[in-house]
Structure formats: structure tokens, C-alpha cells
Design a binder for this molecule. Structure first.
Ligand SMILES: *Cc1c(COP(=O)(O)O)cnc(C)c1O
Length: 230
């Protein structure tokens, strides 16, 4: 049996422990519960325990759950799946964060679609730091350029960078990726006066959240360790 209360409690303990050797505390971290493939009831259970941030990967699935959970007024929805331009409008209208911007063009679409009566959409730029051919995400070189373009869009609030390490990476490789992301965020911040406000590193999942937090993650996205296997 999956026990969401125990799992959430374990994750919060893991976060606290990982931060013990850093100068940050749990209040500085956003835990996004990655709820793809999970029913609304599972989200409701986590929400009742104080979990407010949820991450979804697929628009249709997310819209259905958002409707079922529309009574939870202060829930915060993060889009963490691949972006397609034909979905940009609905994503801009129905999410609070988008983590997976990989080109300026899709950011422009989100910007146009974000409504004036909504606060700016929080966004991160997805970086492919191991530069695998098969993965989406920007190379390091493209990152500053796209950041500058996204920063100029008034309906978006560029917050920082996101990455998903290679699937089969060793612990040492993961940590190297996270370290490189921290450095990259500093470099992007330093590359232009407009970018000094970037404050977010979205990295770390069920199996590698400790390394991510120790290397500077401010958002971790955790699925299976909360909800069980998909
Ligand atoms: C599913 C998913 C996660 C969570 O992964 P777990 O290994 O289940 O914790 C995090 N980030 C993204 C982008 C995901 O798609």
C-alpha cells in the first residue's frame, strides 16, 4: 500500500537532512509533487497534509485534474513536461509555473497567451547540461541568449534554470551536473544586469534530491517517492 502521509513526511525529513550541511533551510525550498499518472484523490490527500505545489507533464491530464480540484484555491500548478506550441495557450492560462522552456519562440507564445488579469507566469529555462542529442533543453551557450529574450517578455517572470540529469547517470555524474547548473546560473546572472534577479534552480527528483539540494537546488520535483511507482 502506498502511504502518502508517511512518504511526504520522509521526503521532508530527507530535505531537512540534506540541507543540514548548507546555509539554507526548508522554507527556502519548493517541493513540487510530480503527480503525473496519479488520480486527483492522491493530490487531494497530499494537499490536505500541506503540500501546495504539484507538477504535471501532460496538458489534457492536468486540465482534468485541475477541474476536479478547483475547490483547492491556493494550489500551485507547475508544468514540467515537454512543451508543444499548440498547447502553449492552455498552459499559459492554467499553470503558475512552466519549467521547460527550451526556446524563445515557445516563451513568446506563452507570453501572448498569459491573461492580463493573471500575475506573470513563472518560468524556468530547461538546460541540457550533459548535451545528449536525444534530450530536449538548451546547451550552455544558448542559455544566456534565450534568458535575455525571455526576460524581456512582460507576461513572464523568468526565475531561473531547470535540468533533468541523464537517466542512467551515476551519483558522481549527477552531482557534476548539479554543480555545473549552479555555476551556469551564476554565469547567466552575471551576463546582464537584467538577469541578476534569477533565483531558481529546479533540479533533483526522488533518487537524487540530496545531491541537488547540496549543490543549490531551490525547487525539487519528486514523484515516485511520494505517490509510489507509476
Ligand atoms: C516525473 C518527473 C519527476 C519526478 O520523478 P521521480 O523520479 O518520480 O521523482 C521530476 N521531473 C520531471 C520533469 C518529471 O517528469
Amino acid at each position: 500500500m502506498i502511504n502518502i502521509p508517511i512518504n511526504l513526511n520522509n521526503i521532508n525529513c530527507r530535505i531537512q537532512q540534506a540541507l543540514a550541511t548548507t546555509d539554507r533551510c526548508i522554507k527556502d525550498i519548493i517541493l513540487v509533487a510530480a503527480s503525473k499518472g496519479q488520480p486527483s484523490e492522491a493530490i487531494r490527500i497530499a494537499y490536505a497534509l500541506g503540500q501546495k505545489h504539484f507538477g504535471e507533464n501532460y496538458l489534457q491530464e492536468a486540465l482534468k485534474k485541475q477541474q476536479e480540484l478547483s475547490d483547492l484555491s491556493d494550489i500551485c500548478w507547475h508544468f514540467i513536461g515537454p512543451l508543444q506550441s499548440n498547447k502553449a495557450r492552455k498552459i499559459a492560462e492554467n499553470f503558475d509555473w512552466v519549467h521547460t522552456i527550451d526556446k524563445a519562440k515557445i516563451a513568446k507564445k506563452l507570453n501572448i497567451s498569459r491573461q492580463d488579469n493573471q500575475p506573470p507566469l513563472n518560468v524556468c529555462i530547461q538546460v541540457n547540461i550533459s548535451e545528449e542529442e536525444s534530450k530536449s533543453g538548451l546547451s550552455v551557450q544558448e542559455c544566456s541568449e534565450v534568458s535575455t529574450a525571455v526576460k524581456a517578455l512582460p507576461r513572464l517572470n523568468l526565475r531561473g534554470l531547470m535540468t533533468i540529469p541523464q537517466h542512467n547517470a551515476t551519483e558522481i555524474e549527477q552531482r557534476k551536473t548539479f554543480k555545473a547548473m549552479s555555476k551556469l546560473l551564476l554565469r547567466v546572472r552575471d551576463s546582464s544586469p537584467q538577469l541578476t534577479t534569477l533565483d531558481t534552480l529546479s533540479m533533483g527528483m526522488s533518487s537524487d534530491l540530496e545531491a541537488a539540494l547540496q549543490e543549490g537546488a531551490t525547487i525539487i520535483r519528486v514523484g515516485s517517492a511520494i505517490f509510489g511507482p507509476r
